[in-house]
Write a protein that binds this ligand. Structure first.
Ligand code: C5P
Length: 229
C-alpha cells in the first residue's frame, strides 16, 4: 500500500490515454481515482487492472440508493480490491450503516467515505431541493451524520477542512479536491488551496487531477508536489 497522500484523478475518456498516464506514475508516489466516466466506459476490469499494477484505487462512484442496494454495490466494489469508495451522506443513516455493516463482513475492507454537499450546489440550489441553511452548515451536519454512521471520512473542499477537523475525531479522513500547486493553472477550479496549505488545514488525502495529468512530465509534477509538503 502507498504512503502518499496524493490521489491522482484519472479523468480520461478512454483506456489508452488513461494507461498512457498511469505508465508514467508509480504506486509509491500516488494513488488513483476512477470516476463515473471511466468506470462507465471501461468497467470493473479496468479497476482490477490498476489494482493489479499495485495502485491503491479510490472508486469515486458516489453511491446513493436504498440501503440494500448501496450495501450490495459496496460489497461488489470491495471485491474489485479497491482501497477506498464513496457514497452520498444525504442517502441517510440507514443507507450508510447498511454499507458499513456489509463492508465489515469482507476480508478486504476498503475505506468508505461520504460526499456531503456537492461543491457545485449554492445556497439557492440547496433551498430549491429542500435543504435549509448555508452549504457550510449542511456540510458540517452531514459530515457529523457520516461519522456517527460509522464512515471513515468525507470528501470536502480544503476550505471546509479546518471546520470539519474541529468537530470530528482525529482519524476521520478528509479527502480534498480543489488543490493547486502554486505554479499550476486553476483550470475550472475557483476556490483552491496549495497542497501544503490543504494538509495544514487538516486534509488526509489530496485529490489532484490536471496539475499532474496534464503536466509535460507527470512524474516530475508529482515529485514536486511531494517536495512541497
Ligand atoms: O483536475 P482537477 O485537479 O481539478 O481534478 C479534481 C478532481 O476532483 C476531478 O475528478 C473532480 O471531478 C473531483 N472533484 C472536484 N471537486 C469536488 C468534488 C470532486 O474537483 N467538489
Amino acid at each position: 500500500m502507498s504512503t502518499s497522500p496524493v490521489i491522482v484523478a484519472l479523468d480520461f475518456p478512454n483506456e489508452k490515454t488513461a494507461l498512457a498516464l498511469v505508465s508514467q506514475l508509480e504506486p509509491s508516489l500516488c494513488r488513483l481515482k476512477v470516476g463515473k466516466e471511466l468506470f462507465t466506459r471501461l468497467g470493473p476490469a479496468f479497476v482490477e487492472k490498476l489494482v493489479g499494477k499495485g495502485f491503491d484505487v479510490f472508486l469515486d462512484l458516489k453511491f446513493h440508493d436504498i440501503p440494500n442496494t448501496v450495501a450490495a454495490a459496496c460489497d461488489a466494489a470491495a471485491d474489485l480490491g479497491v482501497w477506498m469508495m464513496n457514497l452520498h451522506a444525504s442517502g441517510g443513516r440507514k443507507m450508510m450503516e447498511a454499507a458499513v455493516d456489509r463492508l465489515s463482513t469482507k476480508a478486504h475492507k476498503p475505506r468508505l467515505i461520504a460526499v456531503t454537499i456537492l461543491t457545485s450546489l449554492g445556497e439557492e440550489d440547496l433551498h430549491e431541493i429542500g435543504f435549509a441553511g448555508t452549504p457550510g452548515q449542511n456540510v458540517l451536519r452531514l459530515a457529523s451524520l457520516a461519522e456517527s454512521s460509522g464512515l471513515d471520512g468525507v470528501v470536502c473542499s480544503p476550505l471546509e477542512a479546518a471546520a470539519i477537523r474541529e468537530q470530528a475525531a482525529e482519524d476521520f479522513l478528509l479527502v480534498t479536491p480543489g488543490v493547486r500547486p502554486v505554479s499550476a493553472s486553476l483550470d475550472d477550479q475557483k476556490r483552491v488551496m496549495t497542497p501544503a496549505d490543504a494538509m495544514a488545514a487538516g486534509s488526509s488525502y489530496l485529490v489532484i487531477g490536471r496539475p499532474v495529468t496534464a503536466a509535460p512530465n507527470p512524474l516530475e509534477a508529482l515529485k514536486d508536489i511531494h517536495a512541497s509538503l
